[in-house]
Design a protein around this ligand. Structure first.
Ligand SMILES: *[C@@H]1O[C@H](CO)[C@@H](O)[C@H](O)[C@H]1NC(C)=O
Ligand SMILES: *[C@@H]1O[C@H](CO)[C@@H](O)[C@H](O)[C@H]1NC(C)=O
Length: 220
């Protein structure tokens, strides 16, 4: 799901406090601690500059082409191979994008187990990774994120099947966690992240303190 200016944060060995500190004035953190990013689905409708803070170092836009409105801003672009329909154009353009942006990571397919999203079986996703992502890892020194199943039931089963079928043939440098972590219980949110982070490198690419299934927003 794409929501406007979804705040996202990459958690690769990070303290969860980072996620809650975005709005506070902060002194410049060390580069290794700048792990927050923007989920930028706005396509020019908003000024990205106003969402940047000293901790925000990257953005993604569910696409493999840069956002014009990031031009000149100090944020690293993280391309995504969204799904099968984009694969050909992705492969035609990605090398020049990597060269012009110095991107260091690429995200896998978006919500593959959702029929309304990219609707991929684990086998199809493995093929896409082998064909379109894996070769970039060696040639351009980029880290690869897993496909990112939604938070709907069945997501972990999908991911497990994907990882098993990948075997030695595709690399997952980090797990892209489960977009759509939406809820209002901060304790449950932290437990969810700590659980995954005890087993994998993780990037959390969509979350909001909001209950999509009913009324309820956080006060943060
Ligand atoms: C990419 O890296 C090169 C070499 O370090 C640098 O000259 C260039 O400005 C960088 N481009 C961007 C968009 O950061
Ligand atoms: C929030 O999550 C924690 C941990 O899962 C749980 O113990 C607690 O009961 C939850 N609180 C509410 C109000 O649901």
């Amino acid at each position: 799901m794409i929501t406007s200016a979804t705040l996202v944060v990459a958690l690769v060995g990070v303290d969860i406090v980072t996620a809650y500190s975005l709005c506070k004035p902060l002194s410049q953190p060390e580069p290794s601690r700048r792990k927050a990013g923007l989920g930028w689905g706005n396509n020019g409708a908003q000024n990205m500059d106003q969402f940047l803070s000293v901790k925000v170092s990257w953005y993604y836009n569910w696409n493999f082409l840069v956002s014009d409105d990031a031009s000149g801003l100090p944020v690293e672009f993280v391309p995504m191979l969204w799904g099968q329909a984009q694969a050909e154009e992705f492969s035609d353009t990605i090398v020049s994008t990597l060269q012009s942006t110095n991107a260091t990571a690429i995200l896998g397919m978006n919500e593959p187990q959702e029929t309304g999203q990219t609707n991929l079986t684990p086998e199809q996703a493995v093929e896409l990774c082998k064909q379109h992502l894996e070769p970039l890892r060696a040639a351009h020194n980029v880290r690869l994120g897993s496909p990112a199943p939604s938070g709907a039931p069945g997501s972990w089963q999908w991911l497990t099947a994907f990882l098993q079928q990948c075997g030695e043939e595709c690399t997952v440098d980090f797990l892209v966690l489960l977009p759509d972590w939406y809820g209002t219980n901060a304790t449950a949110f932290k437990e969810f992240l700590v659980d995954y982070h005890s087993r994998f490198n993780i990037w959390l690419t969509e979350w909001a303190c909001q209950n999509m299934a009913g009324p309820g927003y956080c006060t943060m």
